[in-house]
Design a binder for this molecule. Structure first.
Ligand code: DGJ
Length: 714
């Protein structure tokens, strides 16, 4: 038997080759065990009306190998043979185990000898994520088409009935936490918008429902797809009860057909999986650790500076003197980067014109951007710029010169979104032009920060006449990644903010190529808190940029204090977006104090372990960080939604229960002097003086050396 046991830091993932070598089966995914693991295929008999491979937990299945169950891979060939049957190239299997992790590559050849499928799995010892990928090479003389070519299937073995935790939403209301139960059938989410989308995040967490097994199976399994174009993720609960629950994911098959000419290879995007015995919160912690340790280039304030962004204060009304005045005030507040958003380039007085013409508008900046850039630099801040390089307005010199560069569905009328077209990045000349534009913009002034925006769905994808036209979403996404890498590789000092009309393109791949993310255009504090609550379940605080603005929420406009608005943004990467010229001297002085306060605690926020308590609209909602720095501090953000601006408190005692306290440690609350340990915090909570604001407070708990411990609660 060929069985492979891959170890993460605290979990184990076990697969084996089927005895006839025709596929890999998942044998185990959970806490490590010293015991031998019986392969799932041993002694398995298929139920009536099912063939063996339809009932086995295959790591990756293709039509031809399976017959009635869902398959991740569909293949059409010229001679109309569909699907494939596989045989492993046993001598070419690679299984490498080192102190850093494990790597398994299993190649298979199809029955015609013309296709080579490689399944790739890897783990690392410093986190609990398993990485999966597949690639398919056409080694035959004819062309093949892949109407579906997903990345992987994850078999969550033990259970059939599960609760699925996922993130859903829309523009201005991204990443809302949702849960649905699945017993028999399919749950499917995805995007056909050409970007990851505001509607769903490409990740689910699956938790067995106790009804089926009396709660014998505990823990949670998370799956994420690392892809920013059209995608599909489906959770399949097998009605025959044989395979348990299977999560398949990859490039969306409705909108994509891959064409493989002789010699060509398709490599599907990566998918990652996480098991935690501690339920969905445990899975979030695994994701965060992986995102901090493997995806982020670093967690320092250098790549996550305090930002001022001009958009919400000035919109398209960009004037040099006004920007200079804002920059001066931003500097006085302690801001580290001043970002000039939309509206700075030629012809851009509204959303109707200018995209594509990426030179400073001389009517607004007669001497170019250098004047503002230098002034910002002289103030001791870095200068940042907004760009939307995938887009063009019909009213632009770029479109007049290259009307053929945009996506078009044959002769159908072109569709605009926000008055703009999308450039077809799948064309080499367009990608080259965007790369040249990025180089020229980033060299035009001393720019230390770039916000890359994307403000519409791709609707006319496809390139009639091009046989590879049905791969437009893959081609676009891969070009986007290459272009993001141009910035990373050639301008490593530039901090990159990813944005797509807020959180329209957020996924692990984007997090690996950017530093921070503009998670939503919703800046109203209460609604923002709900968005951030969901965001933090899948993505880390060190990427979560928030701007303190003056605008009430779109959905929950209710009044909150100035302090509450700040605290919401302090739970991630703090930024400011309000019209600073309209802030009073008192507000400016207070804000400067909070920026200073944030700088004192941001190590714990950016590199800490986060837990949330309650729901954002509960009477008390707490976001808690435990610093992973040597000081081991705990920072608590307490939001009190039962205290209004008049100071009336309608409900609970001002107490909360921090969950991240270490077992044997006594902490001192800096703001009150209270001593707490885990037992006293559970029993009585932590006193919240509400010193920062009537409805919010930030508390810092410092562990006392054992000798100074004293008795908790005193
Ligand atoms: C959408 C972004 O989400 C906003 O922050 C802002 O940059 C505008 N685009 C500018 O057009």
């Amino acid at each position: 038997m060929l069985q492979f046991r891959l170890r993460t830091r605290c979990t184990e993932y076990v697969v084996s080759l089927l005895p006839d070598g025709s596929g890999l089966a998942t044998d185990y995914w959970g806490e490590p065990t010293a015991a031998p693991i019986v392969p799932t295929w041993e002694g398995a008999t298929p139920p009536a009306f099912q063939h063996a491979y339809d009932a086995l937990p295959l790591e990756y299945a293709s039509a031809g190998q399976r017959h009635s169950a869902f398959s991740e891979l569909l293949i059409d060939r010229e001679e109309s043979l569909t699907g494939a049957a596989w045989t492993a190239e046993i001598d070419a299997i690679e299984f490498l185990t080192t102190d850093d992790g494990d790597l398994l590559d299993v190649p298979f050849t199809d029955e015609t000898g013309s296709l080579r499928l490689t399944l790739h799995l890897s783990t690392r010892r410093d986190h609990d994520v398993v990485r999966r990928r597949m690639s398919l090479r056409n080694e035959g003389p004819g062309t093949v088409w892949l109407p579906r070519a997903l990345t992987a299937a994850w078999n969550v073995l033990p259970s059939r009935s599960v609760a699925i935790h996922y993130l859903a939403g829309r523009w201005g209301q991204e990443t809302q936490r949702r849960t649905t139960n699945l017993e028999w059938g399919v749950f499917s989410i995805g995007s056909r918008q050409g970007i990851t989308s505001h509607a769903f995040a490409p990740t689910v967490t699956v938790v067995p429902l106790p009804e089926e097994d009396g709660g014998a199976v505990t823990g949670a399994w998370g799956v994420a797809l690392e892809w920013s174009g059209n995608w599909r993720l489906r959770v399949d609960s097998d009605p025959m009860g044989q395979r348990g629950v299977r999560v398949s994911c990859g490039v969306d098959d409705d909108t994509t057909t891959i064409m493989l000419e002789p010699g060509q290879v398709f490599t599907a995007p990566d998918s990652v999986g996480a098991f935690s015995p501690d339920g969905p919160e445990g899975v979030s912690a695994v994701w965060h650790e992986y995102q901090r340790g493997e995806l982020a280039r670093d967690l320092s304030p250098r790549t996550r500076p305090v930002v001022y962004n001009s958009w919400f204060a000035t919109s398209f009304d960009v004037r040099l003197d006004h920007q200079l005045a804002l920059a001066q005030r931003a500097h006085d507040l302690g801001v580290e980067v001043f970002v000039l958003d939309d509206g700075w380039f030629r012809g851009r007085t509204s959303s109707h014109a200018g995209l594509g013409d990426w030179e400073p508008d001389l009517a607004k900046f007669p001497h170019g951007l250098g004047e503002l850039g230098d002034a910002v630099k002289d103030l001791g801040m870095r200068f940042g710029l907004w760009i939307e390089p995938e887009m063009v307005n019909p009213d632009s010199d770029l479109f007049r010169a290259h009307p053929d560069w945009v996506y078009r569905a044959g002769d159908r009328p072109l569709l605009t979104g926000r008055n703009q077209y999308v450039l077809d990045l799948g064309r080499a000349e367009v990608e080259e032009w965007v790369a040249a534009t990025l180089r020229s913009v980033l060299s035009s002034a001393e720019i230390g920060y770039l916000k890359w925006d994307m403000n519409r769905t791709i609707t006319d994808g496809g390139r009639p006449g091009d046989p590879h036209g049905r791969e437009w979403s893959v081609a676009h996404t891969e070009a986007y990644y290459r272009l993001m890498r141009v910035i990373r590789d050639e301008f490593p000092d530039v901090v990159v903010e990813a944005c797509a009309g807020g959180g329209g393109r957020v996924d692990n791949r984007v997090l690996a190529l950017s530093d921070v993310v503009w998670v939503s255009d919703e800046v109203g504090p209460r609604d923002r808190l709900a968005i951030q609550h969901g965001y933090l379940s899948a993505y880390p605080a060190h990427t979560m940029l928030g701007l303190v603005c003056d605008i009430p929420g779109l959905r929950t406009p209710g009044d909150v204090s100035f302090a509450y608005r700040f605290a919401v943004c302090m739970t991630g990467v703090l930024g400011i977006g309000g019209d600073l010229l309209s802030w009073s001297d008192e507000e400016l002085a207070t804000a400067a104090g909070w920026v200073e306060r944030y700088k004192g605690i941001r190590g714990a926020v950016l590199d800490g372990t986060v837990a949330v308590h309650g729901e954002p609209h509960d009477h008390r909602y707490v976001v808690e960080f435990r610093s992973n720095e040597a000081d081991g501090r705990i920072v608590l953000f307490v939001f009190a939604n039962d205290r209004d601006a008049t100071g009336l408190q309608t409900g609970l005692r001002p107490l909360i229960h921090p969950g991240l306290l270490r077992d044997d440690t006594v902490y001192r609350v800096a703001e009150t002097g209270q001593l707490v340990d885990r037992a006293s915090a559970r029993a009585a909570g932590v006193e919240v003086p509400f010193a920062m604001g009537i409805d919010v407070d930030v508390l810092v708990l410092t562990p006392l050396p054992a000798a100074l411990g004293g008795s908790a609660g005193s």
